[in-house]
Design a binder for this molecule. Structure first.
Ligand SMILES: Cc1cc2nc3c(=O)[nH]c(=O)nc-3n(C[C@H](O)[C@H](O)[C@H](O)COP(=O)(O)OP(=O)(O)OC[C@H]3O[C@@H](n4cnc5c(N)ncnc54)[C@H](O)[C@@H]3O)c2cc1C
Length: 353
């Protein structure tokens, strides 16, 4: 009989882990609480050699359409003039560009969307995962790839809570075809920085929604880190026009019009005009930045990976790569353990924890 794993969280970390275990001959089921296809998450992702290596190991082809190649990093002053240039080749990709092949590679009946994990029990050497629709699933191993606010981590490491870092990342994606030609000509194909005091703005081209990287068909992605110092301010940001409070992030269309207007006006007054133009054309949304580090990442047949285990602050654009490397280490530990699952998890905890 095949050894069986349950993965909680069907985003990139969960899909890396599931695909790698599936390749070892395990039967793997992924449970994702969001019911819709996650491919619509529109954010850009910077690639790294290690990330491409993980994808390559899974046989996912990295061709020229995988990302937009930028050759230079340029820091702009508020007037739009370059104040620093650094030659640095980098391939900028898109979240969906990584998610889709990983999800397609899993056999469809093993990806369960719309299933919210609520807790686990143990029964005769098996882990029993419970979902809030009342259903259950049994396995030899449970992997928590359920992100920053992990429910699995709460079982493995009670008391480890994410700590708000005092700022948010404003994000947006704009179709290149919507950007006026004069701004497009001025931008070219580069990776831009702007550094208002205490803030950081990054802006770069990524593949378009149809994966196109041709001029005029790409998207432009930005991430603008801005302090939102108090929990009260954050609560206000996360409250929609009807007074509904969303926790620490909300769907882009629910961001209040007055909040959207304010961020666009701030872009005009503090950022280079060509970057402010992109913010103006976008539907801004935000993610609050938190730190979390679990003291244990594997214990008694439960393992954590990706953001559930430890969050790498997003400025370095390494979160997805880190999730991939966690998944590789986890799979290698199991492959080399000759059936000693507890030994494999100890190794994983030692090397990645
Ligand atoms: C502003 C910002 C910019 C970033 N930019 C980059 C970048 O350029 N490059 C990069 O590599 N990284 C970037 N990151 C980091 C990156 O997004 C994360 O590191 C990465 O998404 C982690 O993947 P994950 O699978 O561990 O977690 P997540 O992507 O958070 O996925 C967790 C999944 O678990 C599901 N889930 C949660 N709870 C449950 C439950 N109870 N039951 C079932 N499912 C559940 C969620 O719905 C979600 O789909 C950025 C992050 C931020 C905030």
């Amino acid at each position: 009989m095949k050894t069986r794993a349950i993965v909680i969280g069907g985003s990139l970390g969960g899909l890396f882990a599931a695909n790698l275990l599936q390749d070892l001959g395990w039967e793997v089921d992924v449970f994702e609480r969001v019911g819709d296809d996650l491919a619509s998450r529109g954010a850009g992702i910077g690639t790294h050699d290690e990330l491409l290596a993980v994808l390559g190991r899974l046989g996912i082809e990295i061709d020229d359409r995988f990302g937009v190649r930028v050759a230079e990093r340029i820091c702009l002053d508020p007037a739009g003039n370059p104040i620093y240039r650094l030659a640095w080749g980098h391939m900028m990709s898109a979240w969906a560009r990584i998610y889709r092949p990983l999800k397609d590679r899993l056999a469809a009946p093993h990806y369960h969307a719309g299933r919210n994990f609520s807790g686990l029990t143990r029964d005769r050497g098996k882990i029993v995962a419970h979902f809030d629709d009342g259903s259950q699933a049994r396995a030899d191993l449970l992997i928590g790839a359920d992100g920053l606010h992990s429910t699995v981590r709460a079982r493995l490491s009670p008391g480890t809570e994410p700590v708000y870092a005092g700022y948010v990342g404003w994000r947006g994606v704009v179709e290149e075809s919507a950007i006026p030609a004069r701004v497009r000509d001025c931008l070219g194909v580069h990776y831009y920085f702007a550094l208002p005091p205490g803030e950081m703005m990054l802006c770069y081209p990524v593949p378009g929604r149809d994966d196109s990287i041709s001029p005029g068909h790409r998207d432009w992605n930005y991430v603008w880190y801005r302090p939102t110092a108090t929990q009260r301010e954050l609560r206000d940001l996360c409250t929609d026009i009807n007074g509904r409070y969303y926790g620490t992030a909300m769907p882009p269309p629910s961001v209040r019009p007055d909040v959207t207007r304010k961020i666009k006006d701030l872009a005009r007054s503090t950022l280079a005009p060509q970057i402010a133009e992109i913010v103006e054309l976008s539907q801004p949304f935000f993610q609050a930045i938190f730190d979390v580090e679990s003291p244990r990442i594997a214990l008694e047949r439960v393992a954590l990976l990706g953001d559930a285990a430890f969050v790498a602050r997003p400025h370095v654009g390494m979160g997805v790569t880190k999730a991939g490397l966690d998944a590789i280490c986890h799979a290698k530990s199991i492959a080399h353990a000759n059936g000693d699952l507890d030994g494999a998890l100890e190794r994983y905890d030692r090397l990645r924890g």
